[in-house]
Design a protein around this ligand. Structure first.
Ligand code: DOR
Ligand code: ZN
Ligand code: ZN
Length: 449
């Protein structure tokens, strides 16, 4: 009998909400067998999991891998190494690159460059193109969703005009593709800015009074109203306020087609953290209040929140040092999301099965990512090994991301990702990347089209 490629033995395997001791047999990048006894399995490689927990790799549906002209912030190689280090085996890349992903020529170029560099699976979003006919072409090229920045559109869309939005929403619904929105409101932001003009406020106050909870709520409610008519699959990115989450919860109760995500920084940090971290904690939406944080955690536990995503948004230290108002918003998140969340599992704040649903199972289901998000026979061997007893301090200077800073610097976490396997290949072990560039796969939605 021809031996299998690899067998992981001595593992505590997360199987549909239960922990089972045994092994996983991998062949040609797929999980072919999950078995209690691996002693008779013939394989080229045997790996001893040393009783560590084996979880499905995280699927991060919201990240900015940059590259192209923003390679100084991050590139496909450093970004995906950082993801692998954090236990993320699949990343969906946002379209606000330079040039942005607004048409199939740029999308194809992005795939071509990424293919040579990535070490995990990568799929792409596109911005809603100005030309409505381009929507189908982008869907046919395998994008996982369209992204709309409601406060600051990438393309020439009149985001203040409901009729115009309805037209685009309807076209996206026609192709049954996700529409991911950055929920803020251009009109509200402009109104806030004009009111602030004559006030003598600190940079931080200007920022907080510009990007208000009200803007987020208005944006969410507008989108919900439109999808009530168009049926578009709406995914609300990085929900940060209790009001927005409540609106989403109500919409779900009315059976609207809506899902949402939260980020670790909105779950763990609040407005007062800006005082210590300054621009290094600057992000959009801003950090909010303790009350918002509590409602978001409640949303994780009661199923209102569908996904945890990093919104990994790296910038250079020079940019972050420009002063609070000038510094670009964004926090690197790949290497901190899972250790932070697993720490909360250890402390009893969230159940492990809830976490795995939020980071693996639900993202795969919502974004139609085939054969991923679960440990099951026939699924891709995207797996992570986790030491649930290892405690360490977050040290951004050791990040594999180019953005070597974090508002979580110095935090003690109580679990560590010790190995990351992508399509059956051991990509990261004990903090080291073991593969060369380009070992990851570009993934496409409906790849059979
Ligand atoms: O904080 C943010 N950073 N929010 C965004 O919407 C964009 C992102 C980025 O690309 O840096
Ligand atoms: Zn955003
Ligand atoms: Zn983002």
């Amino acid at each position: 009998m021809v031996p299998f490629d690899c067998c992981i033995k001595n593992a505590k395997i997360y199987l549909k909400g239960k922990i089972v001791e045994g092994g996983i047999v991998i062949d040609h990048g797929k999980i072919v067998k999950i078995t209690k006894d691996t002693s008779l399995i013939q394989s080229d490689h045997k790996m001893d999991a040393k009783k560590h927990l084996v979880l499905p790799g995280c699927i991060d549906v919201h990240a900015h891998l940059r590259d192209f002209k923003l390679s100084y912030k991050e590139d496909f190689y450093t970004g995906t190494c950082s993801a692998a280090r954090g236990g993320i085996t699949t990343v969906l890349d946002m379209p606000n690159s330079l040039p942005p992903t607004t048409n199939i020529t740029i999308l194809k170029e992005r795939k071509r460059i990424a293919k040579r560099k990535i070490v995990v699976n990568v799929g792409f979003y596109a911005a809603i193109p100005s030309s409505i006919d381009e929507i189908y072409l982008l869907v046919r090229e395998g994008i996982f969703g369209f992204k709309l920045y409601l406060h600051h559109p990438i393309t020439e869309i009149d985001v203040e005009n409901d009729e115009e939005l309805t037209k685009y929403f309807s076209e996206i619904a026609k192709w049954n593709t996700i529409l991911a929105v950055h929920p803020d409101d251009k009109t509200t932001i402009e109104k806030n800015l004009s009111l602030l003009r004559n006030e003598n406020l600190s940079s931080l106050d200007v920022f907080l009074k510009t990007y208000t909870p009200e803007g987020e709520k208005i944006a969410v409610e507008r989108c919900l109203k439109i999808i009530g008519k168009t049926g578009t699959r709406l995914h609300v990115c990085h929900v940060s306020t209790s009001d927005a989450l409540r609106a989403i919860q109500n919409a779900k109760e009315r059976n609207l087609n809506v899902t949402c995500e939260v980020t670790p920084h909105h779950l763990f940090l609040k407005t007062s953290d800006f005082e210590h971290w300054g621009a290094y904690a600057k992000t959009l939406p801003p950090l909010r209040t303790q009350q918002d944080i509590e409602i978001l955690w409640e949303g994780l536990r009661n199923g209102t929140v569908d996904v945890i995503a990093t919104d990994h948004a790296p910038h250079s230290v020079e940019e972050k040092e420009k002063g609070f108002l000038e510094a670009p918003p964004g926090i690197p998140g790949f290497e901190t999301m899972l250790p932070l969340m697993l720490t909360m599992v250890r402390r009893g704040k969230i159940r492990l099965d809830t976490l795995v649903s939020l980071t693996s199972y639900n993202p795969a289901k919502i974004f139609d990512i085939k054969n991923k998000g679960e440990i099951a026979e026939g699924f891709d061997a995207d797996l992570i090994l986790v030491d649930m007893k290892k405690e360490y301090h977050i040290r951004p200077e050791l990040f594999l991301s180019k953005a070597k800073y974090s508002p979580f610097a110095g935090w003690k976490v109580e679990a560590k990702v010790v190995a990351t396997i992508v399509n059956g290949i051991m990509v990261m072990k004990d903090d080291e990347i073991l593969v060369s560039t380009g070992s990851g796969k570009i993934i496409e939605r409906y790849s059979s089209w």
